[in-house]
Design a protein around this ligand. Sequence first.
Ligand code: HMG
Ligand code: MG
Length: 339
Amino acid sequence: LASDHVRIVEVGPRDGLQNEKKSISMETKLELIQRLAKTGVTTIEAGSFVPAKWVPQVCIVANQLYIALQPILTQWLLQMASTSEICEHLLTSPPQSHDTIAYNYLVPNIRGLENLVKIMDAKGASAEKPARTLEVSLFAAATEAFSKANTNCTIAESLERIKPIVSLAKSKNIRVRGYVSVALGCPYEGPEVDPTKVADITATLLEMGADEVSVADTTGMGTAPRTNELLKALKAAGIASTDLALHFHDTYGQALVNTIVGLEHGIRIFDSSVGGLGGCPYSKGATGNVSTEDLVHTLHSLGMHTGVSLDEMSRIGAWISAELGRSNDSRAGKATNAR
Ligand code: HMG
Ligand code: MG
C-alpha cells in the first residue's frame, strides 16, 4: 500500500448491528451490505457465525450483571442470526464489481468456520474458484476477565482454539484477520491494560498465520498517549505496522485522535462503522465504532486516500439510522447530508 492510502474495513453490518437494540430484517441487512459495496470500501464485515443461544459464563456467575445484560445479549445474537443466508446470497449472487470486495465473517470457534465452509462447499465456492473474496476474523482478548466473558475460556485456551481455525481457513484459501480485544481498556480490569500482553498476543496470532491483526479499543477508553505507548510496544515486539489494523470504538470521542496517532506509527488499515452504529454490551453508555463518515472526512482532510465516497457513505448512514430508529452518530455524515 502506498503510504498515503488507507484501507477502511467497514464493520457496520457486524460489529455495528450486533450491538443495536432494534433488529432489522435480513433483507435490510443485505441492502446495507449492497449499498456499502458501492461506496468504494474494499472490506465489509458481513456477519458472525456465533451460536444462536450463547450466554457468557461470567454473566451467569454475576447474576445481577446477567439480568441487566440479557436483553442486549439476546438481541446481539438475534442480529447475527441471518449470517448464513447473507453469506449464501453474497456467494451466489454478488452484486457487480464485487470481485474487489472481501466479505468478512467473524468466527468464534472451529464450528463457526465449519458452518461457513459448508455454505462455500454447497455453493461450489471452494472448487474451481478460490474464495479470494472471503475473509474470517478470529478474536482473542488482552485480559483474562474479558476473554472469559466473551469466549468462555482463558487467553491461552482461546489461542489454542484459534490454531485449527487458521489451518482450516488457509486450506480453503480464506484470508484470516485476528482481533485483540480490550487492548486499551477493559470493562472488568480497567484502562491500564499491559501493552506487552497485547503485543505478545498479536505476535502469536501473526505467527499462527493471521494475515493481519486488528488491535481493538473495545471500550473506547483509549487515549492518545496510551495509544502511542501501545504502538511503541507493538513495534518493540518486532511487529510491522503493515500487519496491523486499528479498531476504535468512540465512547469518549477519542477515536479520531487515536487514529492520527496510528497514522503517525505507519498504520494504514482502520475499522469503522457507517453512522457509528453499535455500542458495547459490557460498558454502560458505550457508543459504537468510530463512524466511517468521520474517519473518511478526517483522512481526506489529511491528504490520505481511501477510495471511499463520503457523499455515498453519508447517505447510507442517514438511511440505516432511520431504519434502526436511532440517531445518526456521524457528525461528518450529518454535515455532508445537509450541504
Ligand atoms: P461455550 O458455551 O463455551 O460453547 O461458548 P460450547 O462449545 O460449549 O457450545 C455451546 C453451544 O453452542 C452448543 O450447543 C454448541 O453446539 C453450540 P448445545 O449443545 O448447548 O445445543 N455452538 C455453536 N452453534 C453454532 N455456531 C457455533 C457454535 N459454537 C458452539 N459457532 C463460544 C464458547 C466461543 C461459542 C461463545 O463464547 C461465543 O459464541 N462467543 C462469541 C461472543 C460474541 O459473538 N462476541 C462478539 C464478537 S467479538 C467483538 O465484538 C469484538 C470485536 O468487535 C473487536 C473489539 O471491539 O474488541 C471483534
Ligand atoms: Mg468491536
